[in-house]
Design a protein around this ligand. Structure first.
Ligand code: SAH
Length: 212
């Protein structure tokens, strides 16, 4: 298969799994997943599957990235927080849709490596930090959109409070060793509305910074 065929197949897999939003598809066409996957798995970067990355973590399946990004309904003026930088791929997709993206991970190494790729790709509207994202980023709050890419048992309180009125948060919730639900939380003037989107499987949201 040549590059063009691989790209066609990649986009076809996204569409067939329900990613239909034009802006999301365009962003995912533009941001090559290749640089975010290293070593022996690099050749599988264009397959619709999660893959291992450093620190025992995973880069999500492209169609799940697409579905989550689509559910987040990002507009060009939005300030977005992503919890769980991992490879940086999801943040790179968000950078195409938002005004500014803050992304945090508890592994310093992942943040460092993702930042390198952001620099190489000249994605200047992403700021990456190492931090425990369950506390959000109080200094930058409130956020228009929040995306969590690790599973918590429930939506963390600090993240709910850092969501702007009218804002949307998308996150997987549930026990880490079973199937989790992807949920969409919308902050209204009266509180929070919850929608369940689909079943997913993510690594757990863990407490504190890692040594790595
Ligand atoms: N969005 C990533 C995939 C994330 S995998 C991508 O596009 O590649 C989940 C990530 O969440 C892991 O890198 C893990 O280190 C991180 N994580 C888990 N608990 C966290 C926490 N409390 N704060 C910040 N990051 C966390």
């Amino acid at each position: 298969m040549n590059d063009a065929e691989r790209k066609m197949q990649f986009l076809y897999a996204l569409r067939s799994k329900g990613v239909t939003d034009k802006r999301v598809l365009t962003a995912m066409e533009k941001i090559d997943r290749g640089p975010f996957v290293r070593g022996v798995f690099a050749e599988r970067a264009y397959e619709d599957m999660p893959l291992p990355i450093a620190c025992g973590q995973t880069i999500s399946q492209p169609s799940v990235v697409g579905v989550m990004t689509q559910a987040l309904n990002v507009s060009p003026r939005d300030k977005v927080l992503e919890v769980g930088t991992g490879s940086g791929y999801q943040a790179a997709i968000l950078s195409q849709l938002a005004r500014r993206v803050y992304t945090v991970d508890r592994h310093r190494r992942l943040v460092r490596e993702a930042q390198q790729i952001f620099n190489e790709l000249d994605l200047t509207n992403i700021t990456a930090f190492s931090a425990d994202g369950s506390f959000g980023l109080p200094d930058q709050a409130p956020f228009d959109r929040i995306l969590v890419t690790a599973a918590a048992e429930d939506a963390p309180g600090p993240l709910l409070s850092q969501l702007r009125e009218g804002g949307i948060m998308v996150l997987p919730v549930g026990q880490s060793d079973t199937v989790q639900s992807l949920i969409k939380v919308t902050r209204t003037e009266n509180g929070f509305e919850y929608d369940e989107l689909r079943d997913v499987r993510f690594v757990p949201l863990l407490e504190g910074l890692s040594d790595e």
